[in-house]
Design a protein around this ligand. Structure first.
Ligand code: BES
Ligand code: ZN
Ligand code: ZN
Length: 525
């Protein structure tokens, strides 16, 4: 198929609108908010008549005891992730009251509120509500309202998102818009919320667009298309510039890793390099690089994957999508640091022209690699991206990649793997993981794993032993970042929704990494 034909498809897709979410704040009395849904959080300890919550008591009285009745008959236990709708019959201004379980108060943290907000938006969209008010009661007087504004806005975007670009039956489409407010009774809270919401909106929108990119299938989103999306993103915000290396340029630069992986597909590879320069110059001299794996579809190549679940490999570009959208966030937030986003985009397919097991390839760094499995392609595109970061004089590099099934085996779908050659760096990343609610678990980066990928007839081989595949993959990447402060995030576990997350997010991509990288970079100020 020619590129022209493929492009025609895209015209149709781009015309469609994924639900547009907007978050504002408002000073209001919970009984007077006009909205299709007003959502209120309930801790397990907030039992009316037992351990009293003054706020809930008042609301309960206005609703003629509907909440206490619910708790009495045991239909609602406010565990985290639970929710129930109450129909207000005109007793308060909102059409529906949505109680959101927050779990135990002493176990709650900022992410509890993010997830609760996501749940509120998720349920609101399920009933096709167009307006949602998340009400913060006055009992949270000492809270950090700016931070809460950011986090709740992020949550609303996260839970309200639906990927429906290809649904042609209008009845099936949930909503075109969701207009949300975070409401509180006191003006000083509202002013602080407003500041945070601005940040949360930027992050939430960016993360959702990363999800859309990942949710788009391989026939629609291939490397050249990702490159043109990146160009558009870069030109939409000041401070960003974007350079695309197409297959000819990649070959001319002798980027043997990305060229080899991409050569079996009609969709040729691209390296996308986005630069963010802060207005007035950066405080730090050396730029930071974010390097993302963007395999727009990973069939395994000649070392073909089994067919079960192979379709999920359209998400193998999650790292690249997170890098792209983080670059947008960094520019919108005007962070005072210089950042490069390097996205290694290729499609891994079997074909007459494919690279093959046994091939020895010369990577951009000059190091040679014997390919023992064409399905271990992520490390081969990334090694050229990491070397590009070196060439651009970056001293700190973070790469994000859906790199190994072994990492999913190790951690389940709950946390991404973190590897680093620098303890201070890993501590900063762990802090950002907690703050962003995008969890990580550190795994070893050690010599024993590097020994596994030492080559016999080339410098390196692209796979290690049968065991600990996430660690040998990390060790492989480590060979290309000598002298740099480096962290590698194996985000294969979190490339799509885990089971518990399905309570508040549509199944599919979760745009993992945008919030995490943003928090990390914000903290560098
Ligand atoms: N993209 C996959 C890793 C992956 C697997 C991500 C499952 C998400 C869910 C990667 O390119 C891959 O295929 N890795 C191989 C490496 C092996 C051949 C050493 C794997 O994990 O099986
Ligand atoms: Zn693979
Ligand atoms: Zn892959």
């Amino acid at each position: 198929m020619t590129t022209a034909v493929l492009r025609q498809n895209l015209g149709v897709i781009m015309a469609k609108q994924i639900i547009k979410i907007d978050v504002k704040t408002q000073k209001a009395d919970v009984a007077k908010i006009k909205a299709d849904v007003v959502a209120v959080g309930v801790f397990s300890s907030d039992k009316i008549g037992i351990k009293k919550s003054a706020f809930l008591e008042t609301l309960d009285a206005k609703l003629a005891g509907a909440i206490s009745k619910l708790q009495k008959i045991g239909d609602f236990k406010p565990t985290a992730g639970s929710s129930i709708f109450l129909y207000t019959n005109g007793k308060i201004a909102a059409e529906r009251l949505l109680l959101i379980g927050l779990g135990e108060k002493n176990q709650a943290n900022m992410d509890t509120f993010r997830q609760a907000a996501a749940k509120a938006a998720f349920e609101a969209v399920n009933v096709k509500a167009k307006s949602l008010a998340v009400f913060l009661n006055d009992e949270k007087k000492d809270a950090d309202f700016e931070r809460l504004g950011q986090i709740i806005a992020e949550g609303i975007h996260f839970g309200g998102y639906r990927y429906d670009e290809f649904i042609t039956d209008k009845k099936e489409i949930k909503n075109k818009t969701l207009s949300a407010v975070i409401a509180a009774e006191n003006q000083s809270a509202v002013s602080k919320l407003a500041k945070g919401i601005k940040i949360g909106q930027i992050i939430g929108q960016a993360q959702n667009f990363a999800r859309t990119l990942c949710n788009r299938p391989g026939n629609v989103l291939y490397p050249a298309e990702l490159a043109s999306v990146a160009k558009k993103v870069a030109s939409s915000v000041s401070g960003l510039s974007c350079t695309i290396l197409d297959e000819k340029k990649l070959a001319a630069k002798k980027m043997g890793g990305i060229v080899s992986v991409g050569q079996g597909s009609i969709h040729k590879p691209r390296m996308i390099i986005i630069k963010y320069t802060p207005q007035g110059g950066a405080k730090k001299k050396e730029p930071i690089a974010l390097v993302g794996k963007a395999i727009t579809f990973d069939s395994g190549g000649i070392s073909l994957k089994p067919s079960a679940d192979m379709h999920e490999m359209k998400y193998d570009m999650t790292g690249g999508a997170a890098v792209l959208m983080t670059m947008e966030v960094v520019a919108r937030l005007k962070l005072p640091i210089e950042v490069y986003g390097i996205i290694c985009a290729a499609e891994n397919k079997p074909d007459g022209g494919s690279y093959r097991p046994g091939d020895i390839i010369t990577t951009y760094s000059g190091k040679t690699v014997e390919v023992l499995n064409t399905d271990a392609e992520g490390r081969l595109v990334l090694c050229d991206g990491l070397h590009q970061a070196k060439i651009l004089k970056c001293k700190t590099v973070i790469d994000l990649a859906t790199l190994t099934g072994a990492c999913v085996v190790a951690l389940g779908k709950h946390k991404a793997g973190l590897f680093s050659n620098d303890d201070k760096m890993s501590e900063k990343i762990k802090k950002a993981a907690v703050e962003s609610g995008e969890p990580l678990w550190q795994l070893p980066y050690e010599q024993v794993y590097t020994d596994e990928i030492k080559g016999t007839i080339a410098d390196l081989k692209n796979i290690g032993s049968k065991w600990g595949g996430a660690c040998s993959a990390a060790a492989f990447l480590g060979e290309f970042v000598k002298g740099l402060v480096w962290a590698h995030l194996d985000i294969a576990p979190t490339m799509d929704t885990s089971e518990p997350m399905k309570k508040y997010a549509q199944a599919g991509s979760i745009g993992f990494g945008v919030r995490l990288l943003t928090e990390f970079l914000k903290n560098l100020k």
